[in-house]
Ligand binder design. Structure first.
Ligand code: ARG
Length: 471
């Protein structure tokens, strides 16, 4: 048991207590950030005349050596240390002796861990953003290829009105785009350096917190030392954004599972992203989509866990906060894994265009347009709605679609119908007439795709992500 605080104690910590309290098994994940923060700290200490140049050089060399040895597997981070901070400091002292004992001058593990967690999370915000960007590129590619792939649009999982595959995928494009905005927003808010807050009340050493902050790429230092060591808002915000990403992925997965079912066959998941059954030879299961949908639960769990942990904590640091790590790390890894897998799954998925189009032709997705046709001929909408309702009943009985009815049949229900009805309610017309911003008609869709392209290359994209032409 290697502890930093033995001086005040006369008896060894109980083994169970030690294990319960220790965090090295999981906080070793941010050993790089811990070392990076320590290097910035000593560079600042030297600038302020608190350490000599020789001491600083020795410490930086020692810390760099530890990082290299851990990376090469020469040095193992073992459970005999209480946490990653103790591991690094103990190793440093072992390596360089006296100078190593000065590393922790003007610092507490409270501001140290606050920094490590922030550095770790900050990098992961960017990593998640990058994965989202790749997914958006894949989605945009599918959209471009499917501007005229007609399919039914649904409400209540009942066929409603025809749309296109580009339009349907475009809805998810918007969701993931908002997810990126959230990450960007969180990044900006979290990018302040807590180091120098000490245990809770700052320190008496003349630290230059602005300098440390700039060395670590932060906007500025945090402005209240008690808040600095006890703030985990950024973890909560990140987990909330990750939960929303999972909710979006899960909804998309749910649709893919439905589309991939024997009844729909809108898509076929590539063999490399599907699995078989041990007993039923014919099966090809959408396990990856199901697993992503399923893993959404554990990411929500992490969010609820940290919210609950934080809700009763008085200022400033309390050990409860050590619970911020394991589930957060798990959630981050889960979301990153899901994003990468999902991107591959949709990129390799085959869309059965004919089946989608055929499905859009059935199920009376042009009923609204047929009613609008009557309105165009002077019938009041409510009456038109009633007439088309009757027509649908007639078709259900005859097992045909509105387009299959002869003009005589149509006229027998309403004399207002004439030959132009067929063209007016064709699948193509129903989609292509919808040309307002955000609608599925090809021309409207092409304009949106152009805007999304510009967004992805980042030209016009301003802070709120709203294109000039739409605002
Ligand atoms: N392992 C601790 C954590 O994760 C580090 C901070 C320890 N501070 C303390 N006062 N015991 O929060």
């Amino acid at each position: 048991m290697a502890q930093l605080w033995g001086g005040r104690f006369t008896r060894e910590t109980d083994k169970l207590v030690y294990n319960f309290n220790a965090s090295v098994s999981f906080d070793k994940k941010f050993y790089r950030q811990d070392i990076e923060g320590s290097i910035a700290h000593v560079v600042m200490l030297e600038k302020q005349g608190i350490l000599t140049k020789e001491e600083k050089d020795e410490i930086v060399k020692g810390l760099t050596g530890i990082r290299q040895d851990v990376e090469n597997g020469v040095l193992q981070i073992t459970e005999e240390y209480e946490d990653i901070h103790s591991f690094v400091e103990a190793n440093l002292i072992e390596r360089i002796g006296e100078a190593g004992k000065k590393l922790h001058t003007g610092r507490s593990r409270n501001d140290q861990v606050a920094l490590d967690m922030r550095l770790y999370t900050r990098a992961e915000v960017l990593a998640a953003d990058e994965l989202l960007k790749e997914l958006l590129e894949t989605l945009l590619h599918i959209m471009e290829e499917n501007i005229e792939t007609y399919m039914p649009g649904f409400t209540h999982l009942q066929k409603a009105q025809p749309v296109t595959l580009a339009h349907h995928i475009g809805a998810y494009f918007e969701m993931f785009k908002r997810d990126r905005l959230r990450l960007r927003d969180i990044y900006g808010r979290m990018n302040y350096c807590p180091l120098g807050a000490g245990a809770l009340a700052g320190t008496t050493y003349p630290l230059d917190r602005y300098y440390t902050a700039s060395l670590l790429g932060f906007e500025a230092p945090t402005l209240n030392s008690m808040d600095s060591v006890s703030d985990r808002d950024y973890v909560i915000e990140f987990l909330s954004a990750l939960s929303t990403i999972m909710m979006h992925l899960s909804r998309f997965c749910e649709e893919i599972i439905i589309w991939n079912s024997n009844e729909y066959r809108f898509v076929e998941i590539d063999d490399s992203y599907a699995t078989g059954s041990s007993i039923m030879p014919q099966k090809k299961n959408p396990d990856i989509a199901e697993l992503i949908r399923g893993k959404t639960g554990r990411v929500y769990g992490a969010l609820i866990s940290i919210l609950t942990t934080m809700k009763g904590i008085p200022l400033a640091y309390n050990k409860d906060m050590q619970e911020d790590k394991e589930l957060t790390f798990d959630a981050i890894d889960t979301v990153k894994g899901c994003l990468a897998l999902f991107e591959g799954m949709v990129r390799t998925m085959k869309f059965n265009r004919q089946i989608m189009e055929k499905s859009a032709m059935m199920g009376f997705t042009n009923a609204t347009d047929a009613a609008d046709y009557l309105v165009g001929k002077g019938v009041a909408f409510r009456d038109a709605h009633g007439i088309i309702g009757k027509l649908v009943l007639y078709c259900i009985d005859k097992k045909c679609s509105i387009d299959d009815m002869t003009i005589e049949e149509l006229k027998s229900i309403s004399p207002v119908f004439s030959e132009d009805i067929y063209e007016k309610i064709s699948l193509k017309t129903c989609v292509e007439k919808r040309l307002t911003v955000g609608a599925p008609g090809s021309e409207a869709m092409r304009r949106v795709i152009q805007l999304e392209k510009e967004y992805l290359t980042g030209d016009w994209y301003h802070e709120m992500g709203i294109p000039e032409s739409l605002s």
